[in-house]
Write a protein that binds this ligand. Structure first.
Ligand SMILES: C[S@@+](CC[C@H](N)C(=O)[O-])C[C@H]1O[C@@H](n2cnc3c(N)ncnc32)[C@H](O)[C@@H]1O
Length: 326
């Protein structure tokens, strides 16, 4: 049995016979010894297991650079830098003079990706941090923050509609295979449950992202947060998607259903982001926001026609602490 299999088997016994899906995803992506992001990933992009908008085209970097210029910040914090290409293209777009006036921070939990970023960003003034609280402390709580395709990499809870209730996905290892088991649950805080769904509908809730926001929000005093990711607001997010949006990627191949669980640590796992949740979670922290909108509109004429349809799948959300909702 692999190291990952042995670890998960022991965890399953410790947890009483099953592993809730978000815990499985946490270990599969971030376990220090076999997690996909912490131990396995080499890079993101054409030579990695998956590409992101940032690794396919520079228009995203140009759009974010223009947004940063409007904020006039001293400190800019990028969260989850991938292969570092987005940071390099943003800093290049900002130009030498503007670059001199800002301090660019990168928050990255993945050791291998931090090394890749350091190589691609050689010659640029960038400070790395392992956590957002550390970057906020270095910025004295005043910073312009942004992330691209970060939220979708946070572990999510997976729930399924049953008659007049919801049950939650757990996994059980039996004969070296992962079996799916639905169990009764306490519902997470999410806008998804305000909508009537048919029996069998699966949904995902990025509860770990909400917990992460709550942990650092008190340290953030001023600035703006731009969140870019694939997903949508409710109820469009699950329109014609009865199976939900959970999926995996390995060597640019899409994995679905049980394939996602069979090789923990060897593939990326992701789910579309519910932007109604991001807005609601920010509001519960008294953050104001410009309501979610399409990335294509944010990028405008910068977006080449060949990326128009890909960008349609992306949303952006701009939030700030203690601000009015627009
Ligand atoms: C899907 S990749 C996106 C990379 C990059 N933003 C891009 O657009 O190409 C997700 C990134 O977020 C990082 N990450 C995941 N959780 C994180 C966290 N809690 N704090 C900082 N980085 C995180 C991963 O290691 C990875 O670099």
């Amino acid at each position: 049995m692999s190291a990952a299999g042995a670890f998960l088997q022991a965890l399953q016994s410790e947890l009483g016979g099953t592993i809730r899906f978000d815990r499985f995803m946490q270990e599969a992506l971030y376990n220090p010894s076999f997690g996909y992001y912490t131990a396995r990933i080499n890079t993101v992009g054409r030579r990695g297991d998956f590409s992101t908008m940032a690794t396919l085209d520079r228009s995203l970097a140009a759009g974010i650079a223009a947004w940063i210029q409007k904020q006039c910040p001293r400190d800019v914090i990028e969260i989850g830098g991938g292969n570092g290409q987005l940071a390099r293209d943003i800093l290049t777009s900002l130009g030498w003079w503007k670059r001199r006036s800002i301090r660019y921070h990168l928050v990255e939990v993945s050791g291998p990706l931090r090394e890749t970023q350091k190589k691609i960003l050689r010659g640029f003034r960038v400070r790395w941090h392992e956590s957002l609280p550390a970057a906020l402390e270095a910025s004295r709580g005043s910073a312009t923050l942004f992330s691209n395709e970060l939220v979708d990499a946070f572990p999510c809870r997976v729930l399924e509609r049953v008659e007049d209730d919801w049950q939650e996905l757990h996994l059980r290892i039996e004969d070296r295979e992962f079996r799916q088991i639905l169990q009764p649950c306490t519902l997470p805080d999410s806008t998804v449950f305000q909508h009537p769904f048919r029996v069998g509908q699966r949904v995902e809730v990025h509860e770990s992202y909400n917990r992460w926001l709550q942990a650092w929000a008190p340290l953030w005093k001023s600035g703006s947060l731009l969140t870019i990711d694939y997903g949508h607001t409710m109820p469009t997010l699950y329109h014609r998607r009865p199976q939900g949006s959970l999926r995996g990627y390995a060597a640019h191949q899409l994995l679905s259903g049980a394939e996602i669980y069979q090789a923990p640590g060897r593939c990326d796992i992701t789910a579309d982001v519910n932007f109604s949740d991001l807005q609601a979670w920010g509001e519960s922290l008294s953050w104001g926001c410009i309501p979610p909108s399409k990335l294509a509109a944010f990028l405008g004429p910068e977006l080449p026609p060949r990326f128009q349809s890909a960008a349609e799948a992306f949303q952006i959300l701009e939030q700030s602490p203690h601000a009015e909702t627009h």
